[in-house]
Ligand binder design. Sequence first.
Ligand SMILES: *Cc1c(COP(=O)(O)O)cnc(C)c1O
Length: 433
Amino acid sequence: MQIPQTGLSHEDVMAKLEENRGNDADWRHAKTWSLVYSAGEDIERVVKEAYLKYFSENALNPNAFPSLRQFEGDVISMAVTMLHGEEDSVGSMTTGGSESLLMAVKTAREWARENMPHVTEPEMLAPLSVHAAIEKASHYFGVKVVHIPLDAGFRADVAAARELVTPNTILIIGSAPAYPQGVMDPIEDLAALAQEKGILCHVDACLGGFLLPWVEKLGYPIRPFDFRVPGVTSISADIHKYGYAAKGASVILYRTRDLRRHQFFVYPDWPGGLYASPTMTGTRPGGAIAAAWAALNYIGEAGYMRLAKVVMDTTKSLQAGIRAIPELKILGEPDMSVTAFTSDDIDIYMLGDRMEERGWKLDRQQLPPCLHMMVTPPHAAIIEPFLSDLRECAASLQGTDATPEGAAAMYGMLNSLPDRDAVKDFLRDFMET
Ligand SMILES: *Cc1c(COP(=O)(O)O)cnc(C)c1O
């Protein structure tokens, strides 16, 4: 292709953008269980308007747009308060959970260079269930991941973690909750271990950061996971998940200002000027910052409580429905809105395919094979038809000798392939196409 010689009309551009949506995941009818976190039309309208107001502004230079500096400061301050930070606690906004985790690891590496100078090959302990962005951070920053095995409930095994600490360990990570099964790691024990060893402890609350505080207030038994826990030195929390902001909004928070200094990149010798950048990206989208500020202020604590109640009530109905289907079983005991389920009787990936034929998009997971669902408020309206389809599809696979095809065959094959380098090649090919 080439850039058109003369541009299309406004109408043509818009029409083509709409036309192309045809095969997209149908999140507007609550058919998807990941990727989009929606909280209803009035919130969406406010967030969009806020985004558009600051559509062109750039938070790279904090002096150019004091408005954005203020919004970012407010967002960080609200997040710190929500997660029980201290007077000295600070943070930065990033474009998402991955960037927040990258920053946590980069900060730990720089902190260790100053405070643990004997370490030349730094290591971090992270549960097997930790988000893949931690593996990415390891890949980018040269901090080796040492995996903490999980217990039978999919939580980090702290006794095993203790055995894995070496003189090179600079950081211990736990999730609140972990993405795959939605269970929280024993943060208090992991943080105590980190404190005892004089190293850092990051809590990945990308998923739970803007939901667990309300779930706890609703009366659910949530173990402390935030700055109330001694030894927790940093926390990541995504506003574009259960904060219901526009995409491109997360926070990375530090217990102390001193720690955050290690995150900053500065370069005083650039011909383009004195350069300082807080996070990974250069240009930082003003829209995402303004929209995050708008979401927190428009929804408010009462709104977040109301939405959290809908999410938890719906999750409980969903889980009760899955438990009532004889072919299916839920993995672990999920702490909030995430449910992963599998089967001993039927091919769980084939179930995923059958549900997809009926328009439901469930995410496939591996190690072990299971299907994954995250509940958001709009799911309250569709839980009954969903469960009825799930029941029928599961029953239809009972006793069948049909061989998996399509996505089920592919997942089954890749899951069982012992040569993981071959799987890496497959994934690179997939990205290329
Ligand atoms: C979503 C998620 C991330 C990564 O966030 P992105 O915004 O997709 O980059 C990290 N950790 C957990 C637990 C998550 O759920």
